[in-house]
Write a protein of this length. Structure first.
Length: 77
């Protein structure tokens, strides 16, 4: 999912929303607000990755050491 610079996004300008409770975590990505004329269409693409061998994450430091390097590989950082 790519953010469109200077586009208007719903819900106070958010391009994603999270919801959690004791049973699940929900991640919802949002596209920019657009006005479509009859016959026009838009699309919204998400890319997901699964990684094997990720250790249990309990702290912010765990995220920094185990998750951020994986994200960096995807994003080319």
């Amino acid at each position: 999912m790519s953010v469109v610079p200077h586009a208007q996004y719903p819900d106070f300008g958010c391009n994603f929303e999270l919801f959690t409770n004791a049973e699940f975590l929900e991640l919802e990505t949002l596209g920019p607000v657009v006005t479509l004329q009859p016959g026009q269409a838009t699309h919204h693409t998400e890319h997901w990755w699964l990684f094997d061998g990720v250790p249990s994450i309990d702290t912010e430091d765990d995220i920094r050491s185990a998750i951020l390097p994986l994200v960096g590989k995807i994003c080319g950082h």
